[in-house]
Design a protein around this ligand. Structure first.
Ligand SMILES: *[C@@H]1O[C@H](CO)[C@@H](O)[C@H](O)[C@H]1NC(C)=O
Ligand SMILES: *[C@@H]1O[C@H](CO)[C@@H](O)[C@H](O)[C@H]1NC(C)=O
Ligand SMILES: *[C@@H]1O[C@H](CO)[C@@H](O)[C@H](O)[C@H]1NC(C)=O
Length: 325
């Protein structure tokens, strides 16, 4: 009996020691950041971090990102980039028409998170590649209302108010990150430096996630009517906004709503749900800078500014189009 008890105590000691080892191991993996297995593989000898030509490509993304940052932050908080970091705008004018949206608590949290993410991306891109002043940005309710009328092929009555209610806010948000993500995919073959590729992948990972979050929230409401527009569902709005983007950009079908009408448009041609809008083999669509600008300008023409960017986007690529005009 005593023997058995001693044996039991020994086992307990062993167990405790084992747990300590496990605990120690856990501490070690968490704290030891100089573990070579935690470091990304070193670039090959002589590899260049950032090529001069990378800079204008990554800078191009600052344009949609300024628009998104101001949209999400104002919708959530009633104030934008300047409230967080005076330097990021580099003296560019404050956006016009942006204001706090009438959102439920969860959606406010989500909008704020997405807005802060954009601020981080603007900072990271600017620090690595240089930047330019925030371009003039128009986020007025009238701007969104005009887009929705155009997309729906009808004059919505009352005019669509992007700031009035969670569903309206999500539908307005649907317009932006999908284009930015596709533009980010589009520039990828042009990047050559290893630091540029790393930054690009990290930015794209989060941008695509933002698009997925918005699309998922809309998919959950896909069959609901968008009040007060009788018979017009959330799914139909997303389909028509996607068609509108395809139409404006003029480069074929690269965009579908969150719920498609034909299974052949879904993943492996088998789904009606289309939460992650993608092409054949579920590969994300790519858009050129020109296509992205045709949509952001709402003009079908990368040489004709308008829409969210009334004076045009900035940086070498976007200014180059205007100089050609
Ligand atoms: C903004 O720029 C000024 C001057 O270069 C600098 O002192 C300050 O720390 C910067 N602020 C932020 C938030 O980066
Ligand atoms: C673009 O940036 C330059 C400075 O780099 C500035 O002078 C110009 O006003 C900006 N244009 C727009 C449309 O933001
Ligand atoms: C805002 O939305 C509510 C509920 O959908 C609606 O009753 C109201 O008329 C809307 N207000 C405006 C100004 O569009």
């Amino acid at each position: 009996m005593a023997m058995a008890r001693a044996h039991g105590a020994f086992l307990l000691q062993l167990l405790a020691a084992g747990l300590q080892v496990v605990a120690l191991a856990a501490t070690v993996t968490v704290t030891q950041t100089d573990d070579p297995r935690c470091r990304p593989s070193l670039p090959r000898r002589g590899a260049i971090a950032v090529y001069p030509s990378d800079m204008e490509q990554l800078q191009f993304l600052l344009n949609p990102k300024f628009v998104e940052a101001e949209w999400f932050l104002h919708a959530a908080l009633g104030r934008g980039i300047d409230y967080l970091d005076r330097n990021l705008s580099a003296g560019g004018p404050a956006p016009v028409g942006a204001r706090k949206a009438n959102l439920d608590f969860r959606t406010t949290e989500i909008a704020a998170e997405l807005g802060y993410q954009e601020v981080g991306h603007i900072r990271a891109i600017t620090q690595a590649n240089g930047g330019f002043p925030r371009p003039p940005i128009d986020l007025s309710a009238d701007r969104f209302a005009a887009i929705m009328d155009d997309a729906m092929g009808a004059r919505l009555d009352p005019p669509f108010d992007a700031y009035n209610g969670t569903v309206n806010f999500l539908l307005a948000s649907y317009i932006l990150p999908h284009v930015t993500a596709a533009a980010a995919v589009g520039i990828s073959p042009n990047l050559m430096g290893y630091a540029s590729k790393r930054l690009h992948a990290s930015v794209l990972a989060v941008e695509a996630g933002q698009d997925a979050v918005i699309r998922m929230l809309l998919y959950q409401r896909a069959d609901e009517t968008v009040a007060p527009y009788k018979g017009r569902t959330v799914a139909e709005f997303t389909r028509r906004i996607s068609d509108w983007r395809n139409d404006l950009s003029g480069c074929g079908a690269k965009d579908e709503g969150v719920k498609v009408l034909d299974r052949h448009q879904g993943a492996e041609r088998r789904t009606i749900s289309n939460i992650l809008g993608a092409g054949v083999d579920s590969l994300g669509y790519q858009r050129t800078p020109a296509e992205a600008l045709r949509i952001l300008y709402g003009s079908r023409n990368e040489q004709v500014p308008g829409g969210f960017l009334p004076q045009g986007a900035n940086g070498t690529i976007a200014r180059g189009f205007v100089q050609l005009a």
